[in-house]
Design a protein around this ligand. Structure first.
Ligand code: ZN
Ligand code: ZN
Ligand code: FE
Length: 744
């Protein structure tokens, strides 16, 4: 006979962990209790030593589907005198919160079966959930995770629901959002609960634009096969070309639209239910305005009972895009949604379960045989990620500017926020401040240091300055490389290739085509793309033709620059003058080189969303296999101990080659990809490094990534690409947090 105190850490709250412990302990004939506390789950268990050991084994090996057990620690304590049962004790809210809240999870098969069963009391009920599925992060106000600490607090369970909640043998035992049509939230269409779902479906059927309240916020929804309706949505949302995501009724419908490989299919059907980007099928019948000019579509499956019920009625793909105007944060509060979305929509399908924290849909894609997360949000947040070391201080990392996220680090974990958005918008900045406070509160973080980008004008940097704490500025591309090291649990130095739009460089230029020898302790810039002018600053980012002129100037002087400029604008004199002006910033950005190529090859003069030019250029190359692509020369030379990769000959070749746009686009990818791999391999060898990290938003280009990775593998180097941490600026706060946690 022995008694042990067992502490379990990991994602063990809100995932049916206590009932699981109860059932296992009872079946083993053990006594004692289990309860949540702010650090996870505590168990005291008493009985025969072998049975106690068996329970500890089952805690790890048989945990419920949504649980993630990180550690199980046990200590022997004196046995209790009188104890005749195993019980679930009430939560202890004392101490700093440290227990991860679980992620929002798609409706499970058991719940779906009930929703579909005409004899079940939850037949057709849009808020059906259980311990294995349903809302979590988006409804949690504070920890420990219990019903009063969620937005379900105001709903009093009916007798039937309460019985399920109290019955340790029931699938809904202690399921905090448990509800039914009698006692739970209700759908309402334009304020009326009468036939809400049927009326919403009929409106979509008639080509109307609807706002739908989902799990992490409001979506705008429209029939994806109705071209006028999709065009109207673009007009009202002020969104010109940026692709819309689709929700499809089921997996078969997804297969009819896109080519899914097995990682893509696994991601699509996972409980995280992200948007999966995949190559569109030629025969897909959709409005061309869904994803204009792009070879990929973003599809997702229904993830709440409301989505399932709606999709079953419509039986066709639906455009489902964030409920916002242009790039504002997704609307999640009801009054805000009515105010902001009301004027844009023909009807609102809403409900009375509040969303406490907004959380956009996540986006993933299959890359080099496994999934890569491009936007890490609903279904992933707030799952902690392991650091490959234990930090000694608590860190808040505030990220960059575009695709902002914030992260906190404590001990050996880092926890990233959901996608917040582009901080240049005031509303996004307000969302950033809220998310930062919520993240710190939920995880009991009082930061010892605030890590931030070096860019002095980023609002995140300004926030860090005003936080009144120790600050640590971290170079943007160093953070990119570090974020990929976190992703792979590495601590040893690597050769990092960080290609993106831009990040502040300590030399006063904008970096973005960088080769860094880096680890968490520091970095050294050992190579970079040649620099050119960024004529007109942020204008040059929105107008790729300006970059085409800048690169043409470098490649062929005044004559080529004015020839190229003349194709886009008849007043290029002022632009040419800017190229040499001392006030013009210079950049080594790979993203801007892709912009220049897109303008030269595809005639893309202006973009309406970040990355548009490069995405279209990649699509243009699609028709040509990499092995059939031409290769143009690229210059490489040493300057001040740095290897400079100069693609000027590529620009000249694009202008002089007689081939068509597809062949030029393929040759551009091939030339830049192989030159990148050669430079990275040379630098890695020179430094005795075996591993190359590919990071930064430019490596969302699948074609470029394949070319570089294959060429590096061919010469025996290990290649790390992003998996769970986004390669774009959404991963910056994770890299910042790791670097800051590692130091001091
Ligand atoms: Zn369920
Ligand atoms: Zn009920
Ligand atoms: Fe970046």
């Amino acid at each position: 006979m022995e008694r042990r105190r067992v502490r379990v850490t990991g994602t063990v709250q809100g995932v049916g962990f206590r009932p699981f412990v109860y059932r296992e302990a009872t079946s083993l004939g053990l006594t004692g209790y289990v309860r949540n506390d702010s650090a996870g789950v505590v168990i005291e268990v008493q009985g025969e030593a072998g049975q106690v050991a068996e329970l500890c084994r089952r805690l790890v090996e048989d945990a419920p589907p949504l649980a993630r057990v990180d550690t199980v620690g046990t200590t022997e304590i004196p046995p209790a005198r009188k104890e005749d049962a195993f019980v679930i004790a009430t939560s202890d809210g004392h101490g700093a919160p440290d227990a991860p809240v679980s992620v929002d999870s798609a409706t499970c098969a058991d719940c779906l079966a009930e929703v579909d069963d005409p004899t079940d009391r939850r037949h057709g009920y849009a808020f059906t959930n259980c311990t294995n599925c349903g809302p979590r992060y988006t409804i949690v106000l504070s920890v420990p995770y219990d019903r009063p600490a969620t937005t379900m607090a105001g709903f009093v369970m009916c007798a039937a629901c309460q019985r399920e909640y109290d019955d340790p043998g029931d699938r809904r035992f202690h399921a905090q959002p448990n509800a039914c049509p009698t006692c739970g939230p209700q759908l309402a269409y334009d304020g009326s609960t009468e036939d809400a779902l049927a009326r919403a479906a009929a409106a979509i059927d008639h080509g109307k634009i609807l706002a739908l309240k989902g799990l992490g916020g409001y979506h705008l929804a429209v029939d994806a096969e109705n071209p006028e309706a999709v065009a109207e949505l673009r007009r009202r949302k002020h969104r010109d070309d940026k692709p819309f995501a689709l929700m499809v009724p089921d997996l078969a419908a997804a297969h009819r639209l896109v080519h899914l490989d097995s990682p893509g299919e696994a991601a699509l059907t996972s409980h995280r239910r992200p948007i999966v980007l995949a190559p569109r099928r030629a025969e897909a019948t959709l409005s061309p305005k869904v994803a204009p000019g792009l070879p990929e579509l973003g599809v997702m499956l229904p993830y709440t009972p409301m989505h399932h019920l709606l999709m079953a009625r419509l039986a066709r793909p639906l455009v489902l895009t964030s409920g916002n105007l242009s790039d504002d944060p997704i609307a999640h509060a009801d009054d805000d949604a009515v105010a902001r979305l009301g004027p844009m929509v023909d009807g609102i399908l809403s409900h009375d379960r509040a969303i406490h924290i907004r959380c956009d849909d996540s986006v993933v894609r299959s890359t080099l045989g496994a999934t890569q997360v491009l936007r890490r949000s609903r279904g992933f947040v707030p799952e902690p990620m392991a650091l490959p070391f234990t930090g000694r201080r608590q860190v808040l990392a505030v990220g960059a500017e575009l695709k902002n996220t914030v992260s906190v680090a404590k001990g050996a974990t880092v926890i990233a926020s959901q996608h917040i958005g582009d901080l240049e918008h005031l509303a996004a900045y307000q969302a950033f401040v809220q998310a930062t406070e919520h993240l710190c509160r939920l995880h009991g973080i009082t930061p010892d240091v605030v890590a931030h980008d070096l860019h002095p004008e980023y609002l995140s940097t300004k926030f860090a300055t005003e936080a009144n704490r120790a600050m640590l500025g971290i170079q943007h591309h160093h953070a990119h490389v570090a974020s990929c090291l976190v992703d792979h649990g590495r601590v040893t130095p690597v050769l990092g290739v960080a290609f993106d739009g831009h990040g502040w460089g300590p030399d006063g230029t904008l970096w973005g085509g960088e080769f860094l020898v880096a680890d968490f302790a520091g970095y050294e810039r050992v190579g970079h793309l040649a620099t050119v002018a960024l004529p007109g600053g942020s204008k040059a980012i929105r107008e790729p033709w300006r970059m085409a002129v800048a690169w043409a100037h470098r490649a062929g002087g005044e004559q080529l620059a004015s020839d190229v400029g003349g194709r886009f604008d008849d007043r290029t004199g002022a632009l040419l003058a800017l190229l040499d002006a001392p006030s013009t910033l210079r950049t080594s950005s790979m993203g801007r080189l892709f912009d220049a190529a897109a303008a030269l090859i595809g005639g893309r003069a202006r973009v309406t969303y970040e990355g548009q030019a490069a995405i279209e250029l990649e699509g243009l190359a699609d028709a040509i296999r990499p092995s059939a692509a031409d290769r143009y020369p690229v210059d490489q030379r040493w300057e001040d101990g740095c290897l400079v990769v100069d693609p000027s000959p590529v620009i000249a070749a694009i202008e002089s080659a007689e081939t068509g746009p597809a062949a030029k686009a393929a040759a551009f990818h091939q030339s830049i990809g192989l030159a990148t791999a050669e430079a990275a391999a040379a630098l890695a060898r020179a430094r005795g490094l075996d591993t190359v990290v590919l990071t930064g938003g430019v490596f969302q280009n699948a074609r470029l990534t394949r070319i570089v990775a294959a060429a590096l593998a061919d010469v025996g180097l290990e290649v790390l690409v992003h998996r769970t941490v986004p390669p774009n600026d959404g991963g910056i706060s994770i890299g910042q947090a790791a670097i800051a946690a590692f130091g001091a």
